[in-house]
Design a protein around this ligand. Sequence first.
Ligand SMILES: *[C@@H]1O[C@H](CO)[C@@H](O)[C@H](O)[C@H]1NC(C)=O
Ligand SMILES: *[C@@H]1O[C@H](CO)[C@@H](O)[C@H](O)[C@H]1NC(C)=O
Ligand SMILES: *[C@@H]1O[C@H](CO)[C@@H](O)[C@H](O)[C@H]1NC(C)=O
Ligand SMILES: *[C@@H]1O[C@H](CO)[C@@H](O)[C@H](O)[C@H]1NC(C)=O
Ligand SMILES: *[C@@H]1O[C@H](CO)[C@@H](O)[C@H](O)[C@H]1NC(C)=O
Length: 513
Amino acid sequence: MARYTTILSTVIALCSVSANASYSFYVGSNLTASGAVLVGGTGEEVSSHWLKIYPAADHAMNETITVGVTSAAVVPGELSTIPQVQHTFRYISMDYSDYLGFPPPISNGGVNEKGVAVRDVWAPGRAELLDMTPKPQRGPSYSDLARLVMERASSAQEGVEVIAGLIDKYGYSDYGGNTHLIADKDEGWIVWEFAGGKGLWAAERLGPNDVRVSFPGYIHEFPTNFKQDPNFMGSENIVSFAVQQGWWNSSSGEPFNIKKVYGLQPGQETPAGGDAEFMSPQRLENLTIQMAPVSEKDLIDRVRDPRISNDEAGYGQVVSLHADTDPDMYRIWIAPTSSVAAPFIPWWLGAESIPPELGEHRYLTKDSESTFLNQDYQLQEASLFAGRLYKRVLYYMCSAPRKYLPLVKKAFIEFEDQSREDIEWIEKAANLMMSNGERNASRSLLTHYSHTRAAQAIDMGKSMVNALDSYIKLSGQWRDPKGTQINISPNGEPVNCLVGIDPEEPPSEQSKN
Ligand SMILES: *[C@@H]1O[C@H](CO)[C@@H](O)[C@H](O)[C@H]1NC(C)=O
Ligand SMILES: *[C@@H]1O[C@H](CO)[C@@H](O)[C@H](O)[C@H]1NC(C)=O
Ligand SMILES: *[C@@H]1O[C@H](CO)[C@@H](O)[C@H](O)[C@H]1NC(C)=O
Ligand SMILES: *[C@@H]1O[C@H](CO)[C@@H](O)[C@H](O)[C@H]1NC(C)=O
Ligand SMILES: *[C@@H]1O[C@H](CO)[C@@H](O)[C@H](O)[C@H]1NC(C)=O
């Protein structure tokens, strides 16, 4: 136990380096059980999160969209308008209400009807870049870029080209450095966008034999002749700018390494925080490789790892990208809040609606403490909020994780196993209906299943909260708060379930119960 305590304090000291992080997993098709590319991860934002399916849409020639950030953002900016395209694709996203002052609704990605998945992860750039950023900054934000890739890209590589084109034309509004993981059935790309207003970005291709964890996002060695290398892309100035600034030169003998040249330098800080040193991306990559051939269930287990999934995780996502999938049939597993304390529910792009319980609620939205509810939202707000329900599971469960985590986790795993069995016949039936020309019936089936499963997940959550609430109170474990500060500062220690966990051991070993 003493060892655990020591380890735990180290864990906590290191974890609190980054306040808002996010993580993503890419597993190449040669390392997965199904032969599909797997993508998973979460967004780590304090704010309210809700599920939304955006339909495909046609647009008038002269339509525009508003992008960027306002003066409220951590690096103040100015909104601007850019031309809309003629057609935008359908996609599903966990939207959220705030991150460092960016205007809502915000997205880290999701999956679109072309089978392009996007995950956005912080990647702190060097502080000099932040200092160079024009004030006010203009151009699409990380969230705009994630959405525009889902609306416009038919492949992962096209997604990189969409980001490149937008940054070249309209600039980029940033908070200190950011990456997007963009994946399709064949490959993935990491795109790293830099602050500074210089249009700097770099991208690296991930292939069938690669595993990549962004925590934070990174690109290491990068060929200076990247234009001749099909595995890399970058802005025109990505090498020359570094040379100009004296950050790198070819006579130094050092390879050109994007993270070393453009990443956070020792002693620097940005609003995006630093590296998460405990559970480095390399450590998480190793743990993922050890699971090969990786199944959806394995990746769910990785995303749910209590060493990275805590109160900070706004949701959990896992998606398989297969060849020859009907647009309606792209399926994404989504946990409505931190997946350490919430089950994953399967959603198809063919679903026609989202239940109100997973829709937008006021909990953790800006200004809700100083404004009354808009009547338009009264029924929506009257519905139970799944995100809040599972936060209660999290807070009760993590009050004694050695006791409760294995029980709760086992229930989630059983629940998801059951969904996985159902999915086989649901998808078979939906495909049959479609091949009979009954697409509407197929969509009704997919909608009905996800709604039913969401309702059952909510029932399970209510039972868990009631059981934990009663047990904790009746067994004398209730404790009132001792202090008066209900909130912690951005770098404080969030609620987590790490007590008694040895970070050197894979979590599945500890939770065998
Ligand atoms: C898949 O992995 C195997 C074993 O590591 C390797 O021999 C094979 O070349 C890989 N296939 C592809 C398409 O990369
Ligand atoms: C866009 O074009 C339509 C038809 O050409 C026109 O009626 C409308 O006023 C235009 N809108 C704007 C904002 O320019
Ligand atoms: C090149 O980089 C090395 C190592 O950082 C440095 O010592 C040297 O002065 C640089 N040379 C030029 C010409 O900038
Ligand atoms: C990951 O695995 C590689 C290869 O086995 C090893 O060299 C490296 O030290 C490991 N890194 C971490 C952080 O576990
Ligand atoms: C399918 O549903 C759409 C949208 O509800 C409707 O407009 C259309 O008429 C339906 N098609 C059939 C064949 O029922």
